[in-house]
Design a protein around this ligand. Structure first.
Ligand SMILES: [Zn+2]
Length: 71
């Protein structure tokens, strides 16, 4: 006999006490820009590089590059 378990991503998180704070309607991931600090939302063009995306725009990325960091 099986015990009934919650199903679905959010239900499981809730069950484990890991419920994230409520997302916006879009439910897309967000990050804070490393340059300007503003939050930006996942975009389709970043689908394959989202882990590496750190800036909200090319402008911010360029500004950051003038900083000395290689990364
Ligand atoms: Zn920015």
């Amino acid at each position: 006999m099986r015990r009934k378990r919650p199903t679905g991503h959010l239900a499981v998180l809730n069950y484990l006490g890991l419920m994230p704070k409520m997302r916006r309607k879009s439910d897309l991931p967000q990050k804070d820009c490393a340059t300007c600090g503003r939050p930006f939302t996942w975009r389709k063009k970043w689908a394959s590089v989202w882990d590496e995306v750190r800036y909200c725009s090319d402008k911010c990325r360029r500004e950051r590059k003038s900083d000395n960091s290689v990364q």
